[in-house]
Design a protein around this ligand. Structure first.
Ligand code: HEC
Ligand code: HEC
Length: 342
């Protein structure tokens, strides 16, 4: 299997040399080891939950409405902030009563494409995920049945749910459908990288193109951050410093499988330069430090992923890698509701 992959890589490098001289206009698409094309098909996985305009709109309002939390002080957007690229800019999330959570807040950009949600993948759909922070005592601390009763008492919501659902009803399931549909609309495309990949040759700097080659080649980031969403949707122990003393075993706590000890989900790298600090424990402050961390190959432990090794990157190669990561940023425009249903 490994030999096959190596042979594939070799073939691609031969192809690459050939193509660079012959067809520079389709340069990007041709030389890559795999496809990075953003799917034309939007991630509307759940046929039953078709994101109609009304559904996404209801989800948007619920997402920003602080009355969804137990003491009406916190909305989803308190932690997933549009101005912070749908993360929060903090080391670790701050929950109910200002108490620090034990994990950092991931961006919601492209969460639509995640095969599993959360750092440990404990939710498998956005529908399943979206009521979990509402109910969590550490986060929004709201009893869902009480939330249903509360929303039923707000005429504006009664009307919105009636317009949106055939059942016309305010239910836990309909709340989660709306929140999920809204989140599915937060997708990233048309970044500098996407445009280059589809053939706009001059949009990427030379440094960023070199960085992309390092990403796929010498640094082997692509072993885990693969495809258009720059994730393999798998879980890995990358040898963070916290592993030795942390009680957070990540995926292991869900599966009980030893190989999952200290393994966390490979996050997307879209908009990554905008969402510091990094890692599930918020332990790395800047993108430069992330590259330095990988360059050292992580801190050895009994379960560190075999793809973690010293990279020996030069200073220039590090800057090229960062120049490439910068091309993965784009804006996801959503208008923030100015008033809420009464
Ligand atoms: C108190 C801060 C906070 C609030 C409020 C909050 N979240 Fe989160 N969110 C987090 C943190 C922290 C995580 C990571 C937790 C984990 O992986 O265990 C997370 C993870 C997620 C994920 C998984 C993303 C991924 O890439 O795995 C989704 C989706 C999400 N939140 C949506 C929501 C929605 C919808 C709401 C409102 C109903 C919400 N969040 C409210 C902090 C918050
Ligand atoms: C063995 C698989 C693997 C390899 C190889 C790998 N990564 Fe990661 N990456 C991960 C996982 C898993 C995480 C999350 C780890 C955690 O929080 O415990 C992560 C996290 C990150 C983050 C933090 C993102 C965030 O939102 O917090 C960045 C940035 C990143 N990787 C970039 C890179 C770059 C650049 C390379 C190549 C130099 C690379 N990765 C190589 C698996 C990998």
């Amino acid at each position: 299997m490994e030999l096959l992959i190596k042979m594939k890589k070799l073939c691609f490098s031969i192809l690459f040399v050939f193509q660079i001289s012959c067809f520079t206009s389709v340069y990007a698409e041709q030389f890559t080891q795999q496809s990075y094309a953003v799917p034309v098909q939007k991630p509307y996985i759940f046929a039953k939950n078709k994101p109609t305009k009304a559904l996404v709109e209801l989800g948007r309002i619920l997402f920003f409405d602080k009355r969804v939390s137990g003491n009406n002080s916190m909305s989803c957007a308190t932690c997933h902030r549009p101005d912070k690229f749908w993360s929060d800019g903090l080391k670790l999330g701050i929950g109910h009563n200002g108490v620090q959570l034990n994990r950092s807040t991931p961006t919601l950009i492209n969460a639509a494409y995640n095969k599993k949600q959360f750092w440990d993948g404990r939710a498998s759909s956005l529908e399943q995920q979206s009521t979990m922070p509402i109910e969590s005592p550490q986060e929004m601390n709201q009893n869902l049945d009480e939330l249903v009763i509360e929303l039923k008492g707000i005429k504006g919501y009664v009307a919105l749910f009636a317009e949106t659902f055939q059942s016309k009803r305010i239910t836990r399931a309909n709340i989660s459908r709306a929140l999920a549909a809204f989140q599915r609309s937060l997708t990233s495309e048309n970044t500098v990288f996407d445009r280059w990949y589809l053939g706009e040759n001059d949009v990427m700097s030379k440094s960023a193109i070199r960085g992309f080659k390092i990403f796929e080649g010498k640094a082997e980031c692509v072993e885990c951050h693969s495809g258009f969403n720059f994730t393999d949707d798998e879980f890995h122990n990358i040898g963070l410093k916290s592993y030795a003393k942390s009680r957070d075993m990540g995926r292991y706590d869900i599966t009980g499988n030893f190989r999952d000890k200290g393994a966390f989900k490979t996050p997307t790298l879209r908009n990554v330069v905008n969402t510091a600090p990094y890692m599930h424990d918020g332990s790395i402050q800047t993108i430069d430090q992330v590259i330095d961390f990988y360059n050292e190959g992580g801190i050895k432990n009994e379960n560190i992923d075999e793809d973690m090794k010293k990279l020996n990157l030069t200073q220039n190669e590090k800057s090229d890698l960062i120049a490439f990561l910068k091309t993965l940023s784009g804006n996801v425009q959503v208008s923030i509701p100015v008033s809420f249903p009464k």
